[in-house]
Ligand binder design. Sequence first.
Ligand code: PMT
Length: 228
Amino acid sequence: KLLAKGSASEEAAILKGKRVLITAGPTREPLDPVRYLTNHSTGKMGYAIAAAAAAMGAETKLISGPVELGVPAGVTRIDIGTAQEMFEAVMADLNFDIIIMTAAVADYRPKSVQSQKIKKVPGDLALELTRNPDILYEVGQVKDKQILIGFAAETERVLEHAEEKLRKKNLDMIVANDVTVKGAGFGSDTNVVTFITAEGEHIAFDQMEKAEVAKAILKKAVSLINKA
Ligand code: PMT
């Protein structure tokens, strides 16, 4: 019991005085007043990181798409709907020691949002989509001392695609997430991840609770700060 207490307080201290920013959840891209495009993110992964960061003593800001989760203790949450809103909320303040982006941001949005409900027409209906900002990429272009960590939700050639994103987006670390594996990715309480650092280190984990993945990411982020 004493040992457990000791290790908890050790963890509680490691982010004291640090500022941590996390993005989480899906975005919703409206088509008309009643419909939108989105994805299966529930926010569990990002909220687990926010909860762990606050428990480890960080001043923690969570920018979140629409999810069913409550705000974790000690966390400041900003709610957004679209990718563009998430982009603006992130760019408003980049003065953080650690930035971790778990949000499943829609890469595209409908090119025009109809002001009235789209009516059924005979035959097919084609939707024209336009690109959303890549928030993580844009932060990577302007970052200074921040430790920048992204996720890669992949369905094939997971490590290869994750490494490509790590380089292109100028990250310190990427968390590769094979979302086809049972107990990993969207909606589950567990995840199966591999950390890949800019220095080329690979750390593969077995299936873990998202709360444990969260702690492992934050501990690694602290070690990356100490190395810098
Ligand atoms: O929310 P849960 O249900 O718990 O599910 C967790 C999760 C599967 C969403 C999470 O573990 C995860 O893998 N998040 C990343 C989802 C994603 O959109 O990955 P991506 O490979 O498309 O994007 C790569 C990185 O760029 C991500 O860090 C993403 O936040 C960021 N990105 C992507 C597109 C975009 N326009 N802007 C971004 O910032």
